[in-house]
Design a protein around this ligand. Structure first.
Ligand code: NAP
Ligand code: MG
Length: 500
């Protein structure tokens, strides 16, 4: 037992939290904010402050950009042999695996999620992402091109492309998967030879800062990875900075649009992973039990704080009542509690702000006339817990159907034929992911083609893999992360043509 949490903490986590205010990583040095200011980061299970963190602002962002610029232009990083970058990135993956429990506890404390799930999913997957892109460092290739050059008859040419790093990349990440979202950006950016400034979310800066220590331990040269904890103004300064060549952002569609505006000054490259309101479609011929379990996972995993959350559950009318009741029964059995309790399946929402937003949607849904088969209100008296909530009697125009709630809430809608369901599913400004449940293989593939979403999962949900590209249609984003496609965001192609 410690004063920090009601559950035993690893001594490393305790030491990290009690070792004084956390600093910024700039040019290989841990340094306070130029203003000297710090801000607290909280445990959402209790609302108590965990530790103080440096409050990075525009001046600190500028220092970090200069460090990253120097490391890119004059430092050893882009000129380093690909297999040397490979070894360093692989080492980061190994250290994360070795320290998975420590990172998992810290993530649980800062974000509210289960420590066991954080170690087994967030940290283990982040380690996998570093190893996957470590492998790519030696495989980034241009091509030779057979040019025709019709206006130079008889002449000969040797033409080829080079795939170069973009340069200094600003990486801005949200609070729902703090370490994992950072890894999705850091690993491909570094494999391709870029230098980076990472801006974690104000709610969850801790695992990003601990990861800074891992980069140092692995032996990354100074200035290659810089980390600035702070608020939206630090992200805005990074997005507007004239010496930043690229911004990779994950977060809300609203802030994504601000980043596009801020990037106009120097037309820096921008990739965006934004919000979603993903459809999950259950046909009457689906494996009932598997679809109930998978549909619960679709909207409830990570407390519903997933950009891909399957929060519009379309169920064929023949099984609608039975299916939605089964999902509600399963949801009401989920064990709610603090992330450090090994029995916990559902933790608190990340912050008071998020708690207020989600409970506001619950009230709005009920006021609109929706009925909660289970849930519908806060859970307990302390912390930011919300009951898993299954709404029926909803209309497509309700805000609980149209807007991203980012909490443990699902809206269920009946449909009566394959013909109309894709159009209903596509009736959204978003297009990030979708689920389809059926035993009819042709129907599954036909429906998958009609859905406007970057990822379609059949007879499963959250069917992610590091090798599979991920990203949005419509207002869910620009570009792709993960897989070979994920490298495109961090490389730029140069055409070289030699007259022989
Ligand atoms: P957000 O404001 O979009 O935050 C994402 C990141 O952007 C954070 O690091 C944030 O810093 C930073 N940021 C904020 N304002 C910025 C600006 N003007 N320029 C550059 N960067 C800026 O998301 P949020 O406020 O934490 O969550 C709000 C809603 O966004 C959620 O309720 C949810 O609907 C959605 N969301 C979606 C995802 C996703 O994966 N698609 C993830 C998280 C949230 P600060 O943390 O300091 O504000
Ligand atoms: Mg926190």
């Amino acid at each position: 037992m410690t004063a920090i949490a009601d559950f035993p903490l690893k001594s490393e986590v305790h030491a990290f939290l009690t070792g004084g205010p956390k600093k910024l990583l700039i040019g290989g040095e841990w340094t306070p904010a130029a203003s000297g200011r710090t801000f607290p980061t909280y445990d959402p299970a209790t609302g108590n402050a965990l530790t103080e963190v440096a409050h990075g602002q525009a001046e600190d962002v500028d220092r970090a950009v200069r460090a990253a610029r120097a490391a890119f232009d004059d430092g050893p990083w882009p000129g380093m042999k690909p297999n040397e970058r490979e070894r360093l990135l692989w080492r980061v993956g190994d250290i994360l695996s070795e320290r998975a429990e420590e990172f998992g506890q810290l993530e649980a404390l800062d974000n509210g999620k289960s420590a066991g799930i954080a170690s087994a999913v967030d940290v283990a997957w982040a380690a996998d992402v570093f190893r996957y892109y470590a492998g790519w460092a030696t495989k980034i290739e241009g091509s030779t091109v057979n040019v025709s050059m019709p206006f130079a008859p008889g002449a000969q040419f040797h033409a080829y492309t080079l795939r170069e790093p973009v340069g200094v990349c600003g990486l801005i990440v949200p609070w729902n998967f703090p370490l994992l979202m950072a890894s999705w950006k850091l690993a491909p950016a570094l494999a391709a030879g870029n230098t980076v400034i990472l801006k974690p979310a104000e709610q969850t800066p801790l695992t990003a800062l601990l990861l800074g220590e891992v980069f140092q331990e692995a032996g990354f040269p100074p200035g290659v990875v810089n980390i600035i904890s702070g608020f939206g103004d630090a992200g805005a300064a990074l997005s507007a900075h004239d010496d930043v060549d690229k911004i990779a952002f994950t977060g809300s569609t609203e802030v994504g649009k601000k980043i596009v505006d801020a990037a106009k000054g120097n037309l820096k490259k921008v990739s965006l992973e934004l919000g979603g309101k993903s459809p999950n479609i259950v046909f009457a011929d689906a494996d009932f039990d598997a679809a109930v379990e998978g549909s619960l996972n679709a909207w409830l995993f990570n407390h519903g704080q997933c950009c891909v959350a399957g929060t519009r559950l379309f169920v064929e009318d023949k099984i609608f009542d039975e299916f939605t009741q089964a999902v509600a029964d399963a949801a009401s059995q989920v064990k709610i509690g603090p992330g450090l309790d090994p029995a916990t399946q559902l933790g608190p929402l990340v912050s008071k702000e998020q708690f207020d937003k989600v409970t506001g949607y619950l009230r709005e849904g009920l006021a609109d006339g929706a009925r909660a088969l289970t849930g519908g209100k806060r859970w307990g008296e302390t912390g930011y817990f919300v009951e898993p909530t299954v709404f029926v009697d909803v209309k497509p125009e309700f805000s609980i159907v149209r807007e991203e709630i980012f909490g443990p809430v699902v809206a269920t809608l009946p449909f009566n034929a394959e013909a109309g369901v894709a159009a209903a599913a596509n009736d959204s400004i978003y297009g990030l992911a979708a689920g389809i449940w059926t035993r009819d293989i042709s129907k599954a593939h036909r429906t998958a083609r009609q859905i406007k979403a970057g990822s379609v999962w059949i007879n499963q949900y959250n069917g992610f893999d590091t090798a599979m590209p991920f990203g949005g249609y419509k207002q869910s984003g620009w570009g792709r992360e993960l897989g070979a496609a994920g490298l495109d965001a961090y490389t730029i192609t140069k055409s070289v043509n030699v007259a022989l």
